[in-house]
Design a protein around this ligand. Sequence first.
Ligand code: ZN
Length: 293
Amino acid sequence: MNILETLGERTVLFDGGLGSVLIARGLPTGVGPERWNLERPEEVLEVHRAYFEAGADVVQTNTFGCNLVKLESEGLGDQEEQINAAGADLAVGIRPRDRFVSGDMGPTGKLLKPYGELDPSAAQDAYARQALMLLGGGVDFLAVETLFQLAEAEAALRGIRQVSDGPVLVSLTFERKKRGFFTIMGETPLQAAEALGQLGVDILGANCTLTGDDMVALAEEFRGVTSLPLVMQPNAGQPQIPDDGGPPVYQCDRGEYLANMVRMADTGINGLGGCCGTGPDLIAALRQRLNQR
Ligand SMILES: [Zn+2]
């Protein structure tokens, strides 16, 4: 079964945070996690393995910051091919039978014209290139995530469609305002579902920023505006920055987190996973809860 058939059949469990887990394993804050695909591959491998062992159906590659625009801003533009190939290989190489690896694609980090400097066609190009490299590395589908501008999500999807007809998840990040849920550029779930639906997205989702009741309410709103499969990946609470300036600490009540995840599964959300602050323990606990449903 491919990922779309599986999402239609049962609640699919995605993995949890990667960057925050690598920071806990010694990745210095401010250093892009993707560097470790080449410098400390054994650490990345261990995290992927831990998520598969926790029972995740989907493990996401460590390639969030690996589109050419983002890599160039990190001074890694000349390693685009190696870093994406290594990222795909690390997850695909240990993928058990009947599980999936998604090729993870994050934001360019730049605002698109007319709000910023980045030409949408340059963004589209960067995503097309990354998609080709990840698919060449054997990932089962592509997952664009944590995007906060609908225009960038559209550029990503257009770029991917230049090189592939395979399944694509696009997951945006929303904030809760008094009047509802919006991306930081002011777009609603309905606008996202319409625009991305027209471009042929297969799976929609929301991740990061939100947690708890807010994510449940967003899931309900999203379910009301699209019949596409939906994947929700909330953070484990809001980050607290420690006094010593160390990495952010995420605190959440595990029982509450799990209860909210089950509520989302019960309201017709097709895929669930974690984002910042979640780790293999929480995903293992979620696996148990989903199995008991
Ligand atoms: Zn996150």
